[in-house]
Unconditional design. Structure first.
Length: 472
């Protein structure tokens, strides 16, 4: 899908009609120019048009330029204003700057001087937008290298991203929760020509349905109770960049219709406003729901689905790319060793096998949380089976299937089950060996012998010594 670049929109307010015509001719190749001969006309135009900046003559019939500046800033403080004066008057210039003017210029002037000032002003606006974005997205690492995986399915995704990143085609990423859909979106943005502009992410399911419209499209001051000032939405913050709409299937039908219009027209109005805002945004959407099924059930608009599904990308669950799990484990191990200043060197083959064969319903996100937990509580430099949480071993569930897959004989399978059952009992009794032995129906000394044979090491408790330091 192609889309036209949105030219910067400039309003020029000057009572000299011939000068306005000259401005228009000189600037229209680079900007979309609006003109007004009076302050009243200019303010009325601002109420209905989205303008990035204004060139404002100080001397005007009716209300003068200083008063027009004051009203512009009250209407929309994000519109930068450059004052035009025929006489260099320091007092007036200082007053204008105090009221929020970005700069001023003295007649007569060269057109190159005006163009340079206009470009600097627009660059200033882009930097402010970047600051707003960075405040919300600080510490996010944006590059393909942050996606870990070398399985054939992931390689296909990398290849697809490389082919479509530099287009403006809308992308729809599907996959279960936790598979890394946002990482795919960020990688696409980083490989595109928009990489220097914001990547703005919004989780549509995490925002109240009463606030989501304002979050996406912004609102005007007084639009609703609590709207004490004008608020720019995610679409405006993402101008010239990429907007990632996560869990897009959670949007109400009326918002789906509004989103469809934005995708088609690249324009919208803030909540409570009538001014048309035009944006140049690349859309990447994602959902963990089956949108095709939702279309069939009439809970998701078919026209919006087809508009979003230009380039479909399906991210497989972790259980379908188990060969990536060891790579992910090492990646997260390095990450949390650094974060927590630990020196965990890795996992034994048996412990890694448990991680590799686990079902991971939460996918990569769940695996990352587990590795973080193991780095924090692990007692050894090389983590073994006894370092694995009991719920991981038990929820691994298919104990018999896994043992069968590894070729274990009956004696080995019996020992593994016994070890698992003793571990579970000890955990249930907070590692109180006396209570655990009673529950198992054996003497405490017998329990200690079995723990030694099965390589079950005690952790800190009322009956055991403090955990050993990390061992090589």
């Amino acid at each position: 899908m192609s889309e036209a670049t949105v030219s910067p929109r400039i309003l020029i307010i000057d009572d000299d009609k011939s000068l306005l015509e000259s401005y228009t001719v000189l600037l229209e190749d680079e900007f979309q120019v609006f003109t007004a001969e009076t302050g009243e006309t200019g303010l009325d135009l601002l109420r209905h048009e989205d303008v990035h900046l204004a060139l404002l003559d100080i001397r005007l019939p009716g209300i003068d330029g200083i008063e027009v500046l004051r009203r512009i800033k009250a209407m929309d403080e994000n519109v930068d204003v450059i004052m035009i004066t025929a006489v260099k008057n320091v007092r007036v210039a200082v007053e204008a700057i105090k009221l929020g003017a970005y700069d001023y210029i003295v007649k007569p002037f060269e057109i190159d001087e005006v163009l340079s000032l206009l470009r600097r002003t627009l660059e200033h606006q882009n930097l402010l937008r970047e600051v707003l974005y960075l405040r919300a997205e600080v510490d996010r690492y944006l590059e393909m290298g942050n996606i870990v995986g070398r399985s054939p399915k992931m390689r296909q995704i990398y290849e697809l991203i490389s082919r479509v990143a530099d287009t403006n085609a809308t992308i729809l990423i599907s996959g279960e929760s936790g598979v890394g859909k946002e990482l795919i979106a960020r990688a696409t943005h980083q490989q595109s020509q928009r990489r220097a502009s914001p990547f703005v992410a919004v989780n549509c399911a995490a925002i109240s349905e009463h606030l989501i419209e304002s979050e996406l499209f912004g609102h005007e001051r007084g639009a609703f109770t609590g709207a004490v000032e004008m608020h720019r939405g995610k679409f405006e913050l993402a101008h010239t960049g990429t907007l990632f709409l996560d869990e897009v299937g959670s949007l109400r039908l009326d918002l789906q219709a509004k989103l469809l219009r934005v995708l088609q027209e690249r324009e919208f109005e803030r909540v409570g406003g009538s001014k048309t805002i035009r944006v140049d945004v690349r859309i990447v959407a994602a959902s963990n729901q089956d949108l095709r099924q939702m279309v069939a059930e009439r809970t998701f608009r078919d026209d919006l689905f087809y508009r979003l599904n230009v380039v479909p990308v399906h991210v497989p669950p972790l259980r379908d790319r188990r060969e990536d799990i060891p790579l992910l484990v090492n990646h997260f191990l390095a990450k949390y060793n650094k974060a927590f200043r630990r020196q965990v060197q890795g996992f034994t083959p048996e412990a890694l096998a448990i991680l590799t064969h686990h079902h991971w319903p939460g996918n990569v996100r769940e695996l990352e949380n587990m590795v973080e937990r193991l780095v924090v509580i692990g007692r050894h430099r090389i983590l073994d089976v006894e370092d694995m949480p009991l719920e991981l071993i038990s929820v691994r569930g298919q104990l018999a299937n896994d043992l069968f897959a590894t070729g274990a004989d009956l004696r080995e399978a019996k020992a593994e089950f016994e070890r698992h059952y003793i571990l579970q009992t000890l955990e249930k009794h907070a590692w109180n060996q006396t209570e655990a032995a009673k529950r198992l129906g054996i003497h405490r000394n017998t329990l200690l012998t079995k723990m030694d044979m099965l390589r079950i090491r005690p952790i800190a408790s009322s009956e055991s010594s403090a955990p050993k330091e990390l061992e090589a």
